[in-house]
Ligand binder design. Structure first.
Ligand SMILES: [Zn+2]
Length: 390
């Protein structure tokens, strides 16, 4: 941390104290009042650290150089733009210390920079604590946490997912990172989720030297619209059909297998109209081919071919499945009603391939659902519908 107290309760800050030598020690933590040591080594920026790594409720783990750098860079950046940030402000009523806090147009914000691992529960607890004080937390993740893979795929931890926000148009979701080595904010736009922790995504950097702080309050739209390509997604469907299946012990796939069994089939033969990317698809933890297959089989079982039904028919069934623990929702802190967005857009996809038809406020089948008899046939149908979807 950059702030400490002297023996006579005088606050010293290593960022704003450019008037010369530090007053003599000892120094104390402003939160827990235990003694801290001034560290001025070659590896990390000068800072204060607790003498003994003991529980201080202002700080959950020792600070890395990355964390110190992040606070420093964001602090200077906000200051350059006439925003007066507070560094390491402590909020006694919720016993939390924010990395940075500031006001814009009367709204109080805190920045939570996260380099170390953190649980979804901890993110949720911190977010709701700040919101109780009418403070809006902004989560900024260390770019060191991000891993990329082939085919434009990135790993996204569950805790990161929970802090996903909307872009202004609502057409994309976005995560905010800071790369302290490159001194740039980076926005990651997931556009096609493939599993619990992976998504196809694109990343756009904004150098702090030229970026405006408004980007933090409202992440920007990407400069060009990136979506997953047809060959990439067909490859993904191929993996789901022909790849090794890890179904053991999973409630969603166990349930889906029993539904396929009553159709004398199995999951890899899922209908070609299932397993497509669209807005909101990440609302459930299950991969899209799983919950989309569930939805199609559920509709096939519970509706007749000429019967019309409202979208809420599926919504209620899904809520029941979630209550029973068959499906799990991602715990979004900034995206309310993600399930609604998901269903609305999947219905729209099904309309595009004429499997469902919309009649005023209701829906009905445009043609019967077909479950392929072989994997090759299934994949041929995937290709056929991909040409209609893209
Ligand atoms: Zn302390």
């Amino acid at each position: 941390m950059f702030n400490a107290l002297t023996a006579n309760n005088h606050v010293i800050s290593l960022l704003t104290n450019d008037v010369g030598p530090l007053p003599p020690g000892p120094y104390y933590c402003p939160v827990c009042r235990r003694e801290v040591r001034y560290k001025n080594g070659s590896l990390r920026h000068p800072h204060f650290a607790h003498k003994i790594e003991e529980a201080c409720h202002g700080q959950s783990e020792p600070e890395s150089e990355d964390h110190l750098q992040a606070k420093l860079q964001l602090y200077e950046w906000l200051k350059r733009h006439q925003i007066q940030p507070n560094l390491e402000r402590y909020y006694p009523s919720i016993r939390r210390r924010a990395d940075l806090s500031f006001h814009v147009k009367g709204q109080h914000f805190v920045i939570e920079y996260q380099a170390a691992d953190v649980s979804v529960q901890e993110c949720a607890a911190r977010t709701s604590d700040y919101r109780r004080l009418l403070i809006e937390p902004i989560w900024v993740w260390s770019s060191k946490r991000r891993r990329s893979f082939k085919h434009g795929e990135y790993s996204i931890h569950q805790s990161e997912w929970s802090t996903m926000r909307d872009t202004p148009s609502g057409r994309l979701i976005v995560l905010t990172y800071l790369d302290t080595a490159a001194r740039s904010l980076q926005f990651l736009y997931p556009h096609a989720t493939t599993s619990l922790s992976r998504s196809k995504a694109s990343v756009e950097p904004y150098a702090l030297a030229s970026a405006f702080p408004s980007l933090l309050l409202q992440p920007p739209e990407p400069s060009f619209f990136l979506s997953v390509s047809k060959p990439q997604w067909l490859y993904q469907k191929q993996k789901w059909r022909f790849g090794r299946n890890h179904w053991r012990g999973k409630r969603d796939t166990a349930y889906l297998r029993s539904m396929f069994a009553s159709n004398r089939s199995d999951i890899p033969f899922f209908p070609a109209e299932a397993g497509w990317p669209h807005l909101g698809m990440e609302a459930l933890v299950s991969p899209p081919y799983v919950w989309q297959s569930w939805m199609l089989l559920y509709l096939q079982e519970h509706t007749k071919i000429n019967q019309t039904f409202p979208a809420s028919f599926v919504r209620h069934a899904l809520s029941m499945c979630i209550e029973q623990g068959i499906f799990t929702e991602r715990p979004f802190l900034y995206l309310p009603n993600r399930k609604e967005v998901m269903l609305e857009h999947y219905f729209h996809e099904l309309k595009k391939v004429q499997l469902l038809i919309k009649e005023r406020t209701h829906w009905k089948w445009g043609r019967p659902l077909y479950i392929p008899n072989s994997l090759n046939e299934a994949y041929e149908r995937d290709k056929y519908w991909a040409d209609r979807i893209w």
